[in-house]
Design a binder for this molecule. Structure first.
Ligand SMILES: *[C@@H]1O[C@H](CO)[C@@H](O)[C@H](O)[C@H]1NC(C)=O
Ligand SMILES: *[C@@H]1O[C@H](CO)[C@@H](O)[C@H](O)[C@H]1NC(C)=O
Ligand SMILES: *[C@@H]1O[C@H](CO)[C@@H](O)[C@H](O)[C@H]1NC(C)=O
Length: 360
C-alpha cells in the first residue's frame, strides 16, 4: 500500500516536473477518492469578470473521483535522450497567416476532422492526439478518409511509447508510425467503449493486449498498416511557426499541463484561474482565432466526448504559452508506403516537401 502510494507520488512528481511548474498547495489537499467536481470552483471562475471562459459542473465528470480524473492525463515526461535525435520543423517566415484558421473549414472533405473521440478511463491521450492528427493528415495530403487505431498504438508500441493506459510519450507515438505503421480503427477498434464499470477496472486500468490481428478475419494486419514519413517537434520559439505548420500540413499533437479548473471548462478562451496541477494531457490542435473580447486563442479537439466543453472542443489563450501549450508540439507527415490504391500523382511519393525539417 505504502509503496503504491510512493509510486503514485513519484509519477505525479515527474509529470509535474515535465512542465516546469510548481505543485500548488491546493493539490496536496485534494483527496484522491473524493469527487473531482465542486461548486466552489464554478463560482470562482464564473464570478471572475476577466476569466474569459465559463465553467460548469461538467456532466462528463459528474461521477469521477480525483484519482480517476488524474488517470486520464497520460502524458509522461519524455526522457531527455529521447528528444536529442528528434528533428525540429522550422518553416520560412510566412507571408501572410490568416487571422483565423479552422482545419474543419480549410479541409471540409475530411470526415475525421469532425470527430470527437472518447479515451474512456484510460490514460491514452498521448495515443489519441497522435492517431487523430495523422488520420487528418492522410486526408489532407492524399484525399483519403481513414480513422487510424489508437488501440494499435496503445497495445502494441509497448515500453517504447511509455506505459499504455498509465501514460506515454507523444513523440514516440509518431516514431511508431514511421517504424511500425498503424492500422485502421476497423481493423483494431478501441477497447474501452463501456468505461470503468466492469470488474478489474480499478485501481489500475488495464492496457489492452497487442493481438496483431484485425477483428475482421478477412482484413490483414500487415496490409492495413499506414506509415509516417517522419516524426518531428515543431519549433515553438515563434508561434507563427506552429500556425504555418497547421495551416500547411494539418493538425498537430500538443501536450500541456492540466489544472483542476480545466475539468469544468464549458466555453470561451481558457486560461488557468484556480486549482492545482492534475497532470499532463495531450490533444489535437486544429486552428486559432481571436475572441470577441480581443483574446487570441488556439482551437483544439479533446477526446472526452461531446458532453465536455464546446461540443468536445476547447479554446485556450494563445501567445503566452498558457499551461505550456506552445512547448511540446509534435507531428509527422503521412507516407504512401503500403497504400495499395493510391496513385502517385507527383514526382515525390511522400508528402515530404512541406517545410524544412532540420536535425535538432
Ligand atoms: C453516478 O453514479 C450513480 C450511483 O453510483 C448513478 O446512479 C448515476 O447514474 C451515475 N451518473 C452518471 C452520470 O453516470
Ligand atoms: C469523406 O467522407 C465524407 C463523409 O462520408 C464525404 O463527404 C467526403 O467526400 C469524403 N472525403 C473524401 C476525400 O473521400
Ligand atoms: C458519448 O456521448 C454520447 C452522447 O453525447 C453517448 O451516446 C455515447 O455513449 C458517449 N460515448 C462514450 C464512449 O462515452
Amino acid at each position: 500500500m505504502a509503496s503504491k502510494l510512493c509510486l503514485a507520488v513519484a509519477v505525479l512528481f515527474l509529470s509535474v516536473a515535465a512542465f516546469h511548474l510548481q505543485v500548488s498547495a491546493i493539490d496536496s489537499k485534494l483527496k484522491l477518492g473524493s469527487r473531482i467536481l465542486k461548486e466552489s470552483i464554478v463560482d470562482v471562475v464564473n464570478g471572475n469578470p476577466s476569466a474569459g471562459w465559463k465553467a460548469e459542473m461538467s456532466p462528463r465528470f459528474s461521477n469521477y473521483t480525483v484519482a480517476q480524473f488524474k488517470y486520464l492525463l497520460g502524458v509522461k515526461q519524455t526522457p531527455k535522450k529521447e528528444l536529442l535525435g528528434v528533428p525540429v520543423m522550422r518553416h520560412p517566415k510566412s507571408k501572410a497567416l490568416p487571422m483565423e484558421f479552422d482545419a474543419r473549414i480549410a479541409w471540409p472533405q475530411c470526415a475525421t476532422l469532425h470527430r470527437i473521440l472518447v479515451q474512456g478511463h484510460c490514460g491514452s491521450c498521448w495515443a489519441f492526439g497522435a492517431v487523430e492528427a495523422l488520420s487528418d493528415r492522410f486526408c489532407i495530403n492524399f484525399g483519403m478518409n481513414i480513422s487510424l487505431s489508437a488501440n494499435d498504438l496503445l497495445a502494441c508500441c509497448g515500453f517504447r511509447c511509455g506505459d499504455g493506459c498509465d501514460g506515454g510519450y507523444p513523440i514516440d507515438a509518431w516514431k511508431y508510425f514511421v517504424q511500425n505503421g498503424v492500422v485502421t480503427e476497423e481493423c483494431d477498434p478501441y477497447f474501452d467503449d463501456i468505461g470503468c464499470s466492469h470488474p478489474g477496472c480499478e485501481p489500475v486500468y488495464p492496457t489492452p493486449k497487442c493481438s496483431r490481428k484485425c477483428v475482421d478475419k478477412n482484413q490483414l494486419w500487415k496490409e492495413d498498416k499506414h506509415f509516417g514519413v517522419n516524426a518531428y517537434r515543431v519549433d515553438s520559439s515563434d508561434v507563427s511557426n506552429i500556425m504555418t505548420e497547421v495551416s500547411q500540413n494539418g493538425p498537430v499533437e500538443v501536450a500541456f499541463t492540466v489544472y483542476e479548473d480545466f475539468a469544468y471548462y464549458k466555453s470561451g478562451v481558457y486560461k488557468h484561474i484556480t486549482g492545482g496541477v492534475m497532470g499532463g494531457h495531450a490533444v489535437k490542435l486544429i486552428g486559432w482565432g481571436t475572441s470577441e473580447d480581443g483574446e487570441d486563442y488556439w482551437l483544439l479537439a479533446n477526446q472526452w466526448n461531446r458532453s465536455w466543453g464546446e461540443n468536445g472542443y476547447f479554446k485556450i489563450r494563445k501567445g503566452t504559452n498558457e499551461c505550456g501549450i506552445e512547448e511540446d508540439v509534435v507531428a509527422g507527415l503521412p507516407s504512401t508506403k503500403n497504400l495499395v490504391n493510391y496513385i502517385v500523382s507527383s514526382s515525390s511519393s511522400d508528402a515530404a516537401d512541406n517545410g524544412d525539417v532540420a536535425a535538432a
